[in-house]
Design a protein around this ligand. Structure first.
Ligand SMILES: [Zn+2]
Length: 469
């Protein structure tokens, strides 16, 4: 079924045009669906699912899916933190598609909120609430997609698996994706997955950019431990561990680790150059040429730290621990480094190289056990990526579509490590909203106008990749 239109054809009337495209007999009436999308989204935001309460959302999802004849299964290592799986069967000619979202949200400081953080209050064109961005838009888009697939009776070439997982934000006991991958992988195994980890930028009137997440960095933290001789604060010693640690922290913090582009980041900067203002475009182009890359990197280091971090394995000192009293030289001092490794980085070699940069036998590099597996980047030449790109251009005709690498970490790492080609999505936000109301920020909110096209985007991708043609 072909319902996609040429990019640039539709603007304000995208929704109607798509509904009327040839062969789109089964396409939902998006205008009519809005109240249901909004209601279910607000229902989910109203459920306080801070760590340890995820089963509350699972109960809601179970009730909603089963009311429409979609069977569900729950898997719980901790009964308060259940995961839910639902599967719509295809004819098996293609391997499954997994659409997943985490149900948990980070905590709130209520005094920072102008409204009830679990009220899903509607004000100024926004829905306000913890989880309104992270990750309940994806959760509701996946839910609505399942409901609409079932209601329309669309025939599928591949199973569509819905997973609502717990403990993405805080999974110290491994109740969420780690548990599912370890104990119940056959229930979620798929060729492709789609979940949080991408996003879109709008200027308020139209979406100008869509990022499809195809890769992420790996947290590979380490401690620096400096040792010396304990002594009296009145007697200076050259082996004072604070001095050695201070020098080492300064060196690694300023260390310019090697720049390395991968398929995702190279494509990202190429496409970014094509849509940026001339001055900025010149920077991105300079980055892609080894002869001019050094100057461009310096510019990004000062003016666009997120992009600078995409170029390399990064080392950021984040914690210091030393000393017992103002008159005591301690025998040990330590710092924690938040190291974020590029996909494919040989991390043991990297630690050894860092030791050479520090060049001080009094300071040891001590790796901190990793919480996520190393994961390769997902490919950008798959049917899934192409479908996502095409759907993005249909739903957001004015947008440039870029593959992107997150400098943060997500549950896609566990999926990619198991060989699933996994892709990140997210609803559109203005640059100012992304800055002032970010995921995990003091206050979270989503523009209502971003919600509906996002749900439509998810549905379009899922039907395009899974439907029997
Ligand atoms: Zn999230």
């Amino acid at each position: 079924m072909k319902r996609l239109l040429a990019a640039g054809l539709a603007t304000l009337s995208t929704v109607t045009l798509i509904a009327q495209a040839p062969g789109a007999g089964k396409a939902p009436d998006w205008q009519k669906l809005r109240p249901e999308i909004l209601e279910r989204y607000r229902d989910l935001v109203k459920i306080d699912t801070t760590a340890g309460r995820e089963t509350l959302a699972v109960e809601y999802l179970k009730k909603t899916l089963e009311a429409e004849g979609i069977a569900t299964q729950t898997f719980a290592l901790d009964p308060k933190r259940a995961n839910l799986v639902a599967r719509l069967k295809g004819n098996g000619t293609k391997r499954p598609l997994l659409i997943l979202a985490h149900t948990d949200v980070v905590g709130v400081q209520r005094e920072k909120w102008p409204v009830d953080p679990f009220g899903a209050v509607m004000k100024d064109g926004y829905i306000w609430g913890r989880g309104s961005k992270d990750d309940k838009p994806v959760l509701v888009a996946n839910l609505i997609t399942m409901l609409m697939l079932k209601r329309s009776g669309v025939a599928l070439d591949r199973d569509v698996i819905f997973l609502a997982e717990s403990g993405e934000e805080a999974d110290l006991t491994g109740v969420g994706i780690n548990y599912m991958v370890r104990e119940h992988f056959t229930d979620i195994d798929a060729e492709f997955a789609m979940t949080e980890g991408g996003g879109a930028t709008t200027d308020g009137a139209r979406v100008t950019r869509v990022n499809i997440g195809t890769a992420e960095k790996l947290p590979a933290r380490a401690r620096l431990v400096a040792s010396g001789t304990a002594g009296h604060g009145s007697v200076p010693r050259l082996d004072n561990p604070l001095m050695h640690l201070g020098a080492a922290v300064d060196k690694v913090g300023r260390w310019e680790t090697p720049m390395r582009l991968n398929e995702t980041t190279r494509t990202y900067f190429e496409k970014l150059a094509a849509i940026s203002a001339p001055e900025r475009a010149a920077i991105y182009r300079a980055l892609l040429d080894p002869k001019t890359a050094a100057g461009a990197q310096q510019f990004l280091r000062e003016h666009s730290q997120g992009e600078y971090s995409m170029l390399r394995t990064s080392v950021v000192p984040t914690l210091l621990k030393a000393g017992v009293g103002a008159n005591v030289i301690p025998s040990e001092a330590e710092a924690t480094l938040d190291i974020r490794a590029l996909p494919g980085e040989d991390i043991d070699k990297f630690y050894a190289e860092m030791g050479r940069v520090i060049a001080d036998p009094a300071v040891r590099v001590v790796p901190i056990p990793q919480t996520r597996p190393p994961s390769p980047a997902s490919r950008i030449d798959t049917d899934m990526f192409r479908v996502m790109e095409r759907a993005a251009k249909t739903i957001y005709p004015a947008a440039a579509v870029l593959p992107s690498m997150s400098t943060g970490a997500s549950d896609q790492a566990q999926l990619r490590a198991k060989g699933i080609q996994s892709y990140g999505i997210g609803p559109a936000a203005t640059e100012s909203d992304a800055l002032n109301y970010p995921a995990h920020g003091d206050v979270e909110r989503l523009a209502e106008s971003s919600l509906y096209p996002f749900v439509q985007y998810v549905w379009t991708v899922v039907t395009e990749i899974a439907e029997h043609k």
